[in-house]
Design a protein around this ligand. Sequence first.
Ligand code: L34
Length: 301
Amino acid sequence: MNDQAQILDGKALASEIREEVRGYVERAVRQGHRPPKLVAILVGNDGASETYVAAKAQDCAEVGFDSEVIRLSAHVSEQELLRVVRSLNENPGVDGFIVQLPLPAHIDEQKILFSIDPDKDVDGFHPVNVGKMCLGLSSFLPATPAGILEMLERTGVETEGKHVVVIGRSNIVGRPMSILLSRNARPGNATVTLCHSRSVHLRAHCQSADILVAALGRPGFVGRDLVKPGAVVIDVGITRVADASRKSGFRLSGDVDFEAVAPVASWITPVPGGVGPMTRAGLLTNTRRAHQMRFPNTDLE
Ligand code: L34
């Protein structure tokens, strides 16, 4: 059917979005407002988290946001982390902030996320925002699923009436992705199947997907045999796999076997350069929104 899938170029689309956000910042500043400010709390020194947070700070610089990374030791107490969250909740100079996950095992992730002011929760992880999302009300959407929606919309991939299969039911990707694509909205209006580790007939479900979203965190899990010819394949996986031939000692691997799947898919996201940059763009969009909530008259022109 297809000789080779077209690439869903997250890197290029994210750069387009940053350009738009930069325009917003310029207008806001021209209207006399301070620029948006995003803060990231980074606990410990997980290599991947360091990379993602550094990239987020770089994005902020590029679009003209103020940003700050608050680094805390891997041994920080839950109490202390809660204190930092509360001070950011109360700081009117901060529009939004995130607590980069994962957190060390001794910290109750739920307790931390629930303590964030929902109006500053630019990750969209607080139950108030999750609840609003489920009800179809406007809210901060979790960045990865929001980035994927944006990517589908900007590329003109139709979701209405399509069968979407999501593999993985995490709170930050799979579950919200399934909810967003089933909403009565555009993009949305899809028939969604959410598969996970206990799914029977996972192969058959995947094989009937018009749009397949792989978000389980197992390198190369989706091979050619799971993909219907002409399907759209979204790869959310990004695992560091040891590779002695690289200077870093690792390479990034998605959940999709790209070489095997690209010849049968109609569209496919690469890793890196697919969903990752769109996740970061989703965060910028949410932060812009938080700023706009604070300065409601901005951006009228
Ligand atoms: N609180 N924790 C919170 N919010 C999030 O939205 C995240 N996530 C996930 C992990 N923990 C989080 C991210 O930011 C994953 N994630 C993320 C962010 C950026 C990228 C990937 C995942 C990214 O920029 N990926 C690049 C490659 C980066 C590299 O070289 O490793 C890409 O092109 O895919």
